[in-house]
Design a binder for this molecule. Structure first.
Ligand code: SAM
Length: 298
């Protein structure tokens, strides 16, 4: 499909504008397009502002709008035509994570030898592997795989399905996965089919552990859940209920600063910290359920 012709009104400032002045300038430019970008340049010494739209703005109207900001020289020019799909694909170059080669449709068949290709087309779902919350989980799974042979994995908040697929490849057992977002469930099912895992991964719509298929499929000896700290805390009692004795839970989507609260909520339901993986500000907690109940408890 041919791209529509686009025009940009852009301004390059040789100084970093004061915030209220910058906001006023952005407001003055906004009517001349559909998308505005505004960012510092030259290591913070300058500023670039650009508004892009389908109609070529009149130079007189732009000049009038910028009159209160004396001395600025806006440039009105067509945006060079690009293949935007190709551009966005460039941004999603294949990603190597341990043995996995995570790629999109455009790189199908390009995996080098001796890797496990995972084709992930994110669509409306989260989980290309580029975010620390996902890559941290994959690292945790790889570490666990050195000493564990899990038989019954569950992935809560599966998104694109990436962690469920990784679990299948590492343990070669059927995986259950759930997401409370219908779009994510659709994307995860499509990805499972693309990766030849349609029968291996059962993907259901579920808020936490609520779906019958999830409740009936446990106890699980491995649970992955890359959701935010607060949902993890709310779901702690359910996790404890559905996690098998000596099972492991890989929890992600929390910041290092939130570790304490997440650990405390899980300790309160009998789960202890096994190990953690920190990347930048993000933390992945691997928790375990004791092999035996504490004395006096079942
Ligand atoms: C950060 S994404 C993680 C996706 C993928 N598992 C990954 O690690 O990249 C979180 C996903 O959890 C889902 N989610 C959030 N809260 C949930 C809940 N209470 N129950 C089920 N899914 C949930 C969201 O819809 C989203 O798809």
């Amino acid at each position: 499909m041919k791209n529509p012709k686009l025009y940009a009104v852009s301004l390059d400032l040789a100084f970093k504008p004061e915030e209220s002045w910058r906001l006023a300038l952005e407001e003055a430019l906004e009517p001349f397009g559909a998308a505005l970008v505004s960012f510092e340049t030259d290591g913070g010494k300058g500023w670039h502002m650009e508004v892009i739209g389908e109609e070529k703005p009149s130079a007189a109207a732009v000049k009038a709008a910028l009159k209160p900001f004396a001395g600025l020289t806006p440039v009105i020019a067509p945006v060079p035509d690009k293949d935007w799909l190709a551009e966005s694909r460039k941004g999603l170059a294949p990603l190597k994570m341990g043995p996995f080669f995570v790629h999109g449709e455009h790189d199908r068949g390009k995996a080098p030898k001796n890797v496990i290709p995972l084709e992930i087309d994110a669509g409306m779902a989260f989980g290309t592997g580029r975010h620390e919350t996902t890559s941290g989980c994959v690292k945790a799974l790889l570490r666990l795989a050195k000493s564990h042979k899990f038989k019954r994995p569950l992935d809560i908040g599966t998104g694109t399905g990436i962690l469920a697929f990784a679990a299948w490849h590492l343990f070669k057992v059927p995986v259950t996965a759930g997401d409370n977002d219908k779009d994510a469930v659709r994307v995860a099912r499509e990805n499972a089919a693309i990766n030849g895992l349609r029968k291996a991964i059962r993907i259901v719509t579920s808020d936490g552990y609520r779906a019958k298929a999830i409740r009936a499929g446990g106890p699980y000896d491995l649970v992955t859940a890359n959701i935010l700290a607060n949902p993890l805390i709310s779901l702690a009692p359910d996790l404890a209920r559905h996690l098998a004795r000596n099972g492991r839970a890989v929890l992600s989507g929390l910041l290092v600063a939130q570790e304490k609260d997440v650990i405390a909520a899980h300790r309160a339901v009998g789960l202890e910290l096994d190990f953690r993986i920190r990347q930048n500000d993000w933390s992945v907690l691997v928790l375990k359920k004791a092999a035996r109940p504490p004395a006096g408890k079942k």
